[in-house]
Design a protein. Sequence first.
Length: 314
Amino acid sequence: MSTTPATPAASGAAVVPPLFQGLFDDAAVFPPGNLPVADAVPAHLAHRAAPYADAVGPLLCGAGRLGELAAAADAATGSAGGTAVAAAAGGTAADGTGPRLRVGLVLPGGSSELGPALTAAAPFVVAGVELATRDAGEAVAALDLLLPPDVPAAVELPRELLRGDGLEEVLDVLVDSPYRAKFRTGGVVAGAFPDEAELAGFLTGCAQRGLPYKCTAGLHHAVRHTDPATGFEHHGFLNVLLAAAETDPKTAAEILAERSGTVLAEAVRSLTDRQVTVIRNSFTAFGTCSIAEPLDDLAALGLLSPDLTSQEDR
């Protein structure tokens, strides 16, 4: 069973608390952000060279945009000062020729995309694979066959297949594998957002099995809230963090329903080092189209130094 992927190396003296290290995968090119790849790459490199770099995971990219990503990475790292910034952003080429971008491959087309995507991702450091499927067993078999052993992966099934006994069956398949689960916590329509009970069922099912997972979409802010523009109910990433270690669905749902940032921040401050480790071994990361928003929320709640989130670093 895999645990939390290695967090990025710090690029400066500022300290990001362990609870938030490597938590925010950069999903800038995905909805609703939809940042052009040519803009997302230099923005990501800047994040990875900023004082808050330890909070930032890899740049997420769909299989069909890897060629575009390679061109943007070449342009960004070839610019004046770009190589120094890129060196803070990832690993180096095997031949020592220079820095490479850390990328998470998002494969919505399933296992058929895995082999070609890994080939196309040769210019990058593949920091993870997120594979969508309707058959967890088939996805595990494909990952076992094709994925390098040092690359973590997460398997996502449609939410309609994770209701009732379907959830138990999928989690049981994944718990016997080296791979994480992935759960969709939002989107661009109201129906993409699970309610507290549905999300609590997933979180506690994983906690009961010691199965790590990542989330994606909808977790733009720290605290549960209703978006004033859309009316969508958004889960807060602090709510999810605090519910991650719970094995009782009712308790987890109550935590997910909490709307007071003061209450959640105080609960975070009361966590022991052991509790933080348990939480992050469960909830490993989530994709966010904005790196700034969650950091600003944490600073406003007094959970992150404002010095880490100064505008000049973004």
